[in-house]
Ligand binder design. Structure first.
Ligand SMILES: Cc1cc2nc3c(=O)[nH]c(=O)nc-3n(C[C@H](O)[C@H](O)[C@H](O)COP(=O)(O)O)c2cc1C
Length: 199
């Protein structure tokens, strides 16, 4: 029986951020008794006239924690991810996601690429929903010098990765995938502790 449930909700137009979402989910699974579902914002139906949200919105509503991620476009989250945020406003009104765990991730083409803005957008969104933020938790490779190259981009607020000008089958590389798994595991462990403490 699973103790906690986690949803990884993301937007990816060209597949690179999707690869990271899947790696994060794989990491969550290694934490133990956690159920994980990966949901693209493209799968979330638009609200009904009464602002009701059905379909895969229920996966998010039922999760104990949500790891949210978007590709960085023009120095911030994608317009599709922003639409997801705005569509959740009916849930925000009732604070339906209050006290769920939350974390954020983003992928971009440049090493920096201004993608801290994407994490800031996601942490602000989590705050609006009164969620509880879980940070990245892996020290950057420039400090560890352990040869693993984990967190090579040096993020703390959330997870960052970078893809070169190639397909999602070749980039982002293994170090970013390994970092995604470590980040997912950290979140899964936190979700188990959070649910056990609540019950
Ligand atoms: C419209 C658009 C805007 C972009 N803006 C940025 C940017 O501001 N910074 C950056 O580093 N990369 C930028 N990129 C590159 C993407 O972040 C990169 O290709 C990423 O892998 C796309 O993720 P996806 O495959 O999940 O859609 C942009 C790409 C597009 C299509």
């Amino acid at each position: 029986m699973t103790v906690a449930s986690v949803a990884v909700v993301y937007h990816s137009r060209y597949g690179h951020t999707k690869v990271i979402a899947e790696q994060i989910a794989a990491g969550v699974r290694t934490a133990g008794d956690v159920a994980v579902e990966v949901v693209s914002v493209d799968e979330l139906p638009e609200p009904g006239k009464d602002r009701s949200l059905g379909g895969k919105w229920n996966v998010l509503n039922q999760a104990d924690g949500m790891i949210m991620g978007s590709a960085t476009y023009m120095g911030d989250i994608s317009s599709e991810f922003k639409q997801f945020m705005e569509r959740s406003s009916g849930l925000w009104y009732g604070q339906a996601w209050k006290d769920k765990l939350a974390a954020g991730f983003t992928n971009s083409g440049a090493l920096s690429g201004d993608k801290q803005s994407s994490l800031h957008s996601i942490v602000t969104f989590a705050g609006q929903h009164s969620m509880i933020w879980v940070s990245q938790g892996v020290m950057p490779s420039s400090y560890t010098n352990d040869g693993k190259n984990l967190n090579r981009l040096g993020a703390w607020t959330g997870f960052m990765s970078q893809s070169d000008n190639g397909g999602p089958d070749v980039t982002p590389g293994q170090a970013d995938k390994d970092t995604a798994q470590a980040f997912g595991k950290r979140f899964g462990v936190a979700a188990i502790r959070w649910v056990k403490g609540r019950n």
